[in-house]
Ligand binder design. Structure first.
Ligand code: 6PG
Length: 242
């Protein structure tokens, strides 16, 4: 069915990380055959740290100098904060890959969510000379079905006119204001990949399996609005985090 998510499930996080990393690197390698630069949007949370271990160990095949790195969401905190998605990605991926600063496009969370969102919208408009069209977006999944910082009940779920918006204080830890990609910016990406564990998200993952046939009826969870125009999102789901 059109846009039915493609779900790959694994017993262990190691298997999921290795397979997802190889898929990601292949996607980048393929993309770089037809363009000079490749834009990747990085996720937040804790799952990416496991994925990043695999990416860094396999990255020898990747021409990293031609990749530009963005963020799908950020907390309204300083870059050195333990809550910063930028810090997590720097420590687990971008520094190990020795990515040069000019290729890293950070959301300036320290400015507060409204100003950070405004500046990132300008940055994206300049980079893309118009609305963003990312080559690859990596996403996580929250226990309430959120993705990026698009939380249930948030006004950001319905934002159509800007690619990045500030949301109020998140309903989950860390309880700080967030800045997030909106669905139009996600759904214009060429490739969208979810990487998540099942633990603590069993209901959501079971719902994902149950509704991959484009079931009728309203969407219940924010992640359901990820419907890339280019084709279905690809999921990598692992059963245990150890
Ligand atoms: C964030 C993330 C968020 C995350 C999910 C899953 O800023 O918190 O962008 O969307 O991906 O909450 O988090 P875990 O990977 O820690 O389960």
């Amino acid at each position: 069915m059109k846009n039915t998510p493609r779900i790959n499930q694994f017993a262990s996080v190691e298997e999921a990380s290795d397979t997802a990393a190889r898929y990601i690197l292949k996607t980048i390698e393929t993309g770089l055959k037809s363009k000079d630069r490749f834009s990747v949007v990085l996720p937040g949370g804790s799952a990416p740290k496991k994925l990043n271990t695999s990416i860094t160990s396999l990255s020898g095949v990747m021409d990293i100098s031609r990749i530009d790195w963005f963020f799908g969401d950020e907390r309204a905190v300083a870059p050195e904060s333990p809550y910063s998605n930028y810090r997590m990605q720097m420590e687990s991926l971008l520094e190990p890959l020795d990515i040069q600063p000019e290729h890293i496009y950070r959301i300036p969370g320290e400015l507060g969510a409204p100003r950070a969102a405004g500046k990132y919208n300008l940055l994206l408009a300049d980079y893309f000379s118009g609305p963003p069209a990312f080559d690859l977006i990596l996403l996580g999944l929250g226990p309430d079905g959120h993705t990026a910082s698009l939380f249930p009940g948030s006004k950001a779920l319905f934002t159509k006119d800007v690619p990045i918006i500030e949301t109020g204080t998140a309903p989950l830890k860390p309880y700080v204001e967030r800045v997030t990609l909106t669905f139009p910016a996600i759904n214009t990406a060429e490739n969208v990949i979810f990487f998540t564990g099942r633990t603590g998200k069993e209901t959501i993952i079971d719902y994902l399996y149950a509704t991959t046939k484009d079931s009728p009826g309203d969407k219940i969870y924010p992640f359901e609005s990820v419907k890339p125009k280019s084709g279905p999102a690809v999921w990598f789901v692992y059963r245990n985090n150890k």
